[in-house]
Ligand binder design. Structure first.
Ligand code: DP6
Length: 354
């Protein structure tokens, strides 16, 4: 360890969640995706993680205390412990650490916002900051963000996309030679201005606990009758979406985004467990969104995560009209008339906690 470096300290990061347009659904090996995915990183829904650390060569197994929302949480703690063990080949110094992790989300649980993406994103960034503090540099990767994205992926696949603001892509594909299965890449330089201020209104149809965890959902793709065709379609839709994002083709963007959302749920329904996560109110909203779009010629579309809540996407220029529509026609289908407003964001922020 260089003389100037500290062997104890505190680091903190805020990392937003993201919503996928082309979905990651199905994985293999060490959390590698079966198809490439594209997402938008949000602005308002984030996790903040503070890690207090002490480097002590006399310990040989990392010692971890994990608190979520100021409470010790043993089930998260064991997931975090598994994560820290799995990243030790890239971060061998971890075994000599005593760390205390404090994490909190600023959005409700079960809101249709992926908390594992923001959670593992912020933790991976903290781990990279610790490496930088201990050794003065980040080893083995092009830069800090690439390594953080790599580590975040091991925690939760979709988390690797949250390391970048705006649009990012994860998964090797023929359209973008710089893409990779092991980390996400920033694709904002490819994006037409019409998509650069995209808004995301999250309509809370149900806060019921998820019937199936993401990991179990991915596993159902292993013997899925439609797996091969799914991965072919995902690749072609990804190429088409990249072209639409580059050229500013809103019509294609809408077509592909909605088709992907529906495909994700169709895959779940056609899986061995044939589970249905959509609720009657999800379908009622989808129908109204499509009708309103046709009648008013508004650039607005929906996407879905692995749950019943709707993400309504539209450019800032039509914000007022869309939000009036939400208030007048969609809130009646939301649980307790709840919705959360978000938008495309600038990505993670290092927090000053000195
Ligand atoms: C439907 O990233 O949560 O949200 O890698 O098992 O942690 P693990 O899964 P996760 O899966 C996300 C699936 C999705 C689509 C997406 O975000 O691309």
């Amino acid at each position: 360890m260089p003389e100037s470096v500290k062997n104890s300290g505190k680091v903190a990061w805020r990392c937003p969640s993201n919503i996928a347009l082309i979905k990651y659904w199905g994985k293999h090996g060490d959390q590698l995706p079966n198809n490439a995915s594209i997402s938008i990183t949000l602005q308002n829904a984030f996790t903040e993680t503070i890690v207090t650390f002490e480097f002590d060569e006399s310990i040989n197994n990392i010692e971890v205390i994990f608190e979520f929302g100021q409470q010790r949480n043993e089930s998260f703690e064991s997931r975090v412990n598994r994560f820290l063990l799995r990243i030790q080949p890239q971060m061998p110094f971890l075994r000599h650490l005593r760390i205390n992790i404090e994490s909190k989300n600023n959005f409700p649980h079960s809101a249709g916002i992926a908390s594992s993406a923001s959670g593992f994103g912020s933790l991976a960034l903290c781990i990279c900051s610790i490496e930088e503090l201990l050794f003065g540099q980040i080893s083995g990767f092009l830069d800090f963000r690439q390594k953080a994205s790599y580590l975040a992926r091991i925690g939760s696949g979709s988390a690797c996309r949250s390391i970048y603001g705006g649009f990012s892509i994860w998964g090797q594909n023929s359209t973008l030679p710089e893409s990779s299965d092991v980390y996400a890449v920033d694709i904002n330089h490819h994006i037409h201005p019409v998509f650069q201020d995209i808004q995301d209104s999250i309509l809370l149809v149900s806060s019921e606990k998820k019937q199936v965890s993401s990991s179990d959902g991915h596993a159902l793709m292993e013997h899925h009758a439609y797996a091969r065709i799914r991965y072919q379609l995902a690749e072609s839709k990804l190429q088409e979406l990249i072209t639409a994002l580059q050229t500013g083709d809103m019509e294609q963007f809408i077509l592909i985004t909605e088709s992907e959302a529906v495909s994700l749920h169709a895959l779940m329904m056609l899986s061995e467990s044939n589970y249905i996560l959509l609720k009657p109110n999800t379908l009622a909203i989808i129908e109204k969104v499509q009708r309103f779009r046709a009648e008013h010629k508004l650039p607005m579309c929906f996407t879905l995560d692995a749950g019943p809540n709707i993400h309504l996407l539209y450019p800032e220029s039509v914000r007022e009209e869309v939000q009036n529509f939400i208030n007048d026609e969609l809130l009646q289908h939301c649980e307790h008339k709840q919705w959360i407003h978000d938008r495309i964001g600038k990505g993670p922020v290092k927090l000053d906690i000195a």
